[in-house]
Design a binder for this molecule. Structure first.
Ligand SMILES: [Zn+2]
Length: 197
């Protein structure tokens, strides 16, 4: 079970920091990102979300809320663009960070060193269980890492991976969320064995 602390210090203290929210698909990463960003807006902080352009067809949830406190979301092609686009921002959210280039690590450090709170959400592993893109390095440089979990569709335990239910070698299948299922480690091993039969 994940218990979220009421870390109000991070919301009011204007010191730069890096927070990473990682986990499998269906684990609620984006919801947690939005929850933190919304609290920051209530604290009168300027907030903006960046997401990779590749994400336009592959979005777990829209990074926009449907009330008056909607958070502006800007698609960018490279991590460097984030530095070029930010102006008077207190908190930067980055969604689907696994699709960004490795330059994102340096970009996040630069932002945090300049007093910006950076909150990153992304898949920790690809469907093969391998660390995904810049996520492992982002976890390493983060001040705080939160791992969120989906629920295994086979046994109800905490899921560990997004298992792809259709064959294919490509790391990213765009817009095909229905072809993944969250599984725990045990059920994932069973599924792999069954596929080899
Ligand atoms: Zn299971």
């Amino acid at each position: 079970m994940v218990v979220f602390s009421e870390d109000h210090k991070a919301e009011t203290c204007r010191r730069g920091r890096i927070e990473v929210i990682c986990g499998s698909m269906f684990s609620g990463k984006t919801e947690e990102l939005i929850r933190r960003l919304k609290r920051a807006t209530f604290a009168k902080q300027q907030v903006e979300i960046f997401k990779p352009t590749v994400d336009t067809r592959y979005s777990e949830e829209e990074v926009v809320s449907h009330d008056n406190n909607s958070i502006p979301s800007t698609p960018v092609a490279t991590s460097q663009e984030i530095l070029q686009l930010i102006t008077e921002i207190d908190v930067v959210g980055i969604d689907e960070a696994q699709f960004f280039d490795e330059g994102l690590i340096q970009v996040c450090n630069k932002l945090a060193n300049n007093g910006i709170r950076v909150i990153i959400a992304g898949l920790d592993m690809d469907f093969k269980g391998l660390p995904f893109g810049p996520m492992p390095a982002l976890c390493a440089i983060a001040d705080e890492v939160t791992k969120v979990h989906a629920v295994c569709v086979k046994c109800g335990d905490l899921a560990y991976i997004s298992h792809r239910t259709v064959p294919g070698e490509k790391q990213v299948l765009l817009g095909e969320k229905q072809e993944y299922e969250p599984l725990c480690r045990c059920c994932y091993q069973k599924a792999l064995k069954d596929e080899k039969k």
